[in-house]
Design a binder for this molecule. Structure first.
Ligand SMILES: Nc1ncnc2c1ncn2[C@@H]1O[C@H](COP(=O)(O)OP(=O)(O)OP(=O)(O)O)[C@@H](O)[C@H]1O
Ligand SMILES: O=C(O)C1=C[C@@H](O)[C@@H](O)[C@H](O)C1
Ligand SMILES: [Mg+2]
Length: 166
């Protein structure tokens, strides 16, 4: 199962719960990139810019999709890449969604996220306007997370994909 959705929606939290319930491994392409590059994502953005990060991310996603069988969380912007969207067509993809007020509560829209560093609420809205249709395009199922606990979100994702627990 592949999880997509905006920063702070709960991909890591819910992804770990889902992996546990399905009895499979959990992997996260942001973590893969940090491990491979030995620096933070914010540092990659500052040192080399977003385009360079996207190129690294594209390779990380391809390799995780081919090398990992369990639950995989993608970085929030991974779906911007057309080839990545093509690869996702063959996967079970859950789009975890939330509204902007929930985003503020979840993340504090803090500085650890380089794309939200300045005027985060406005940035978040603009990112979602540009991306919502791409998340929907790749999704096998859309699972709203507003007002739900991580356990409830995990349960809804399993039901949406009609997956049985291990
Ligand atoms: N359903 C939920 N209800 C309330 N809070 C949640 C829920 N899911 C996650 N959170 C909280 O929201 C924050 C962001 O969650 P998480 O790190 O799992 O999101 P993410 O999508 O992996 O974000 P990132 O973009 O940083 O990878 C965490 O503090 C987490 O505890
Ligand atoms: O939404 C985005 O563009 C991003 C989301 C994060 O997961 C990281 O991949 C990075 O901060 C960029
Ligand atoms: Mg995460």
């Amino acid at each position: 199962m592949v999880l997509v959705g905006p920063m702070g929606v709960g991909k890591s939290t819910v992804g770990r719960l889902l992996a546990e319930r399905l009895g499979v491994g959990y992997r996260d392409t942001d973590d893969d990139i940090v491990a491979a590059e030995n620096r933070t994502i914010a540092d990659i953005f500052v040192d080399e810019g977003e385009a360079a990060f996207r190129a690294v991310e594209k390779r990380a996603v391809r390799s995780a999709l081919t090398g990992h069988d369990g639950v995989l969380a993608l970085g929030g912007g991974a779906i911007l890449d057309e080839d990545t969207r093509g690869l996702l067509a063959a996967q079970r993809v859950v789009y975890l969604s939330m509204d902007v007020e929930e985003a503020v509560r979840r993340t504090g829209l803090g500085a650890a996220r380089p794309l939200l560093a300045v005027n985060p609420r406005k940035q978040w809205r603009e990112l979602m306007e540009a991306r919502r249709h791409l998340y929907e395009e790749v999704a096998t199922a859309v699972v709203p997370t507003d007002g739900r606990t991580p356990e409830e979100v995990a349960e809804a994702a399993l039901n949406a994909l009609e997956l049985k627990e291990a």
